[in-house]
Design a protein around this ligand. Sequence first.
Ligand SMILES: [Zn+2]
Length: 521
Amino acid sequence: MSMENMSGGTMAESRSEQSQGHISRSAGSPPPPEADETIIGLEVHCQLDTVTKLFCACSTDYRSDGPNTHTCPVCLGLPGALPAINKKAVEFALRVAKALNCEVLFESVFSRKNYFYPDLDKAFQISQYDKPLAVGGYLVIEGEEGEKRVRITRVHMEEDPGRLVHKGGADRARYSLVDYNRAGIPLIEIVTEPDMRSPKEARRFLNKLRATLEYLSVFDSEKEGSLRVDANISLQPEGWFDREKKSYKGRNRVEVKNISSYKGVEKALTFEITRQRNVIRKGQPIEQATRHFVETQGITTASRSKEEEQDYRYFPEPDLCPLRVSSWVERIDLPELPDARRARFIGQYGCSPNHARTLTGDLKLADFYEKVAAQADPVLSATWVADTLIGELNYRDMGIGSVTPSHMIELVTLVKSKVLTDRNAIEVLRTILDGILQKQPAGTPSQVVARLDLGATDSGIIPAAIADVIREQPQAVADYDSGKKEAFMFLIGQVMKKTKGKADPAELNTMLRKALDGRVQ
Ligand SMILES: [Zn+2]
């Protein structure tokens, strides 16, 4: 599915370099590999969330159904069956192209990419080759040094192949089965220029891309296998990589294929950097190669040598007309996208830039926050949703969909009105989330507060608690008198314990200090 060699015209160069082996430097000793620049480009395949497949009327909703139940002569590649393009898929792809600031070409052409593999029933994949749907866009991401544009080389449409099921696991399978339910699901491939400089930037690009596609309502990241990434990576001495001309004057690059999770991309690239550094340190050349990411072990392994583009014998698909859809683009209205929504969150709700970025980085999270902010203090809601809730959800491996906005509205309101201290509010939240996780609902925040007796009492009980603690802890009080700061924190802790965490920490702090300093000694 790789097309990167077409646009840059660098294949001949890199091949001749490979034959020369290690590149010699003109002067001085080579810098240590740690000083190298990491050069990363991505090819991202996303399933478009249409109702039917790209070239037939089979349903795309196959995940919970038995194998080979969503098939027909077209997606099974039977002789004589003719493909017909899904208009909705084209519209979805155009939305993506427009949101990624690409130029939609006047004419794009479907081509047959010929190769044999059991999951490819026709022995060719209908894809786009020399005339893709769109070219030359960009996506703005939060880079290591502030905002940066990652350039998009091309966006093209193609069909997904079927799926192999290895019985007994990929390593030890005694036989494999083929499921063609996935065959013909519409994909878009988004190819970037090698503009990312760290695994973290690659991950941020993917997160931003995912958010953008979800805002466009063309993609569902929660569907298993809906996103797959090929990443190419090389380490080049600083300044050797010519950004604009895209020529690899330095070392060869490695392509890591078929990474199927967002975290996996960062892991695979981090592993590759270490591996390539070790090879360079030994003075050996980096071979231009394709490697596979083994998700379970977090490593990449060598795989078959990569086919060259000419091996695929691309030719125009004779059963489909060229697409002329560039004029359609103007009529496509894009919804509010993540950057615009982030700016609005800052302006409308007074969110901090960081909170706004977190909250708008996921469509469902952004929708959730807006429901909470409509009925509770928006700034306090931003803190509680973006920091506390996300942290607690991640810890439990839960998604935002498992909580209802009404619970969060109530919780934030209880904090705002000082019925709950921050500490006890977290306790309430944890109780609710654990309840959801164990399928034993804990009730509303108010119910939890009442049941666990976590509501703040009036500050009347604090003086009594302070007096008790001062009487019970003469040693800590003496330490405080002699200027030991830890003693004060210890005493605060003791009073907290007596008030069951219901006292407002700031108020408690002031009152305890007053009580200690005001003692007649
Ligand atoms: Zn079909």
